[in-house]
Design a protein around this ligand. Structure first.
Ligand code: FES
Length: 202
């Protein structure tokens, strides 16, 4: 006997029961998607608005500053803390002039939001100076590794970071390791020689 209920109103083989079954599946899928969207909203990145008071660990000291969500680490260093060694040459960090160390790794301060630097150890070029300058700074002076000097702080930090990780680096490795920094004056040869001198302990 044929089940007429399953074929009512259907000339294509698709019937009311199939429709209801399909509608139920679609409704269930929609419910799952809604729950997923809600979960994404609940666990997504927090939206921060307005000024925030934060503490940054810079060169071994805590600094309390007030920043907006859009404030870069470079802006804080230069305009709030008067640490002007890192330079605002390129907002996208392509010059390397704003290089600092964050948890020991080189990073361009112009591309990092101050809010994201909370809880990290930030080290700027100023920490390598003083009465007993870092050997990299001494080598830059000895090998005349700068002209206008705009790129120099970034290069010194980059050299320091690279040699910390590669204390016995060859000249070729040093050239490769410094390829994220640009010197518009073209003092590359002297910069590399300065870094080689540090490796040799000169
Ligand atoms: S010394 Fe002028 S940009 Fe490098």
């Amino acid at each position: 006997m044929t089940d007429s209920r399953n074929k009512t109103g259907s000339s294509s083989g698709f019937n009311r029961r199939d429709f209801l079954r399909g509608s139920g599946a679609a409704a269930a899928a929609a419910a799952v998607q809604t729950q997923a969207a809600q979960a994404m909203q609940d666990s997504g990145p927090a939206i921060v608005r307005g000024s925030q008071k934060i503490a940054l660990n810079i060169n071994g000291s805590q600094h309390d500053v007030t920043v907006e969500p859009r404030t870069t680490l470079l802006d804080v260093l230069r305009h709030q803390l008067d640490l002007t060694g890192a330079k605002p040459v390129s907002a996208d960090g392509s010059s390397g002039a704003s290089t600092v160390l964050i948890d020991g790794k080189p990073a361009t301060a112009s591309t990092i939001l101050a809010l994201t630097a909370v809880g990290k150890k930030i080290q700027t070029i100023e920490s390598l100076g003083g009465d007993n300058p870092d050997p990299v700074i001494q080598a830059f002076v000895k090998h005349d590794a700068q002209q206008c000097g705009f790129c120099t702080p970034g290069f010194v930090i980059a050299v320091r970071a690279f040699l910390n990780k590669n204390p016995n680096a060859t000249e070729a490795q040093i050239r490769e390791g410094l390829n994220g920094n640009i010197c518009r004056c073209g003092t590359y040869a002297n910069i590399v020689q300065a870094a080689v001198a540090v490796v040799k302990g000169a």
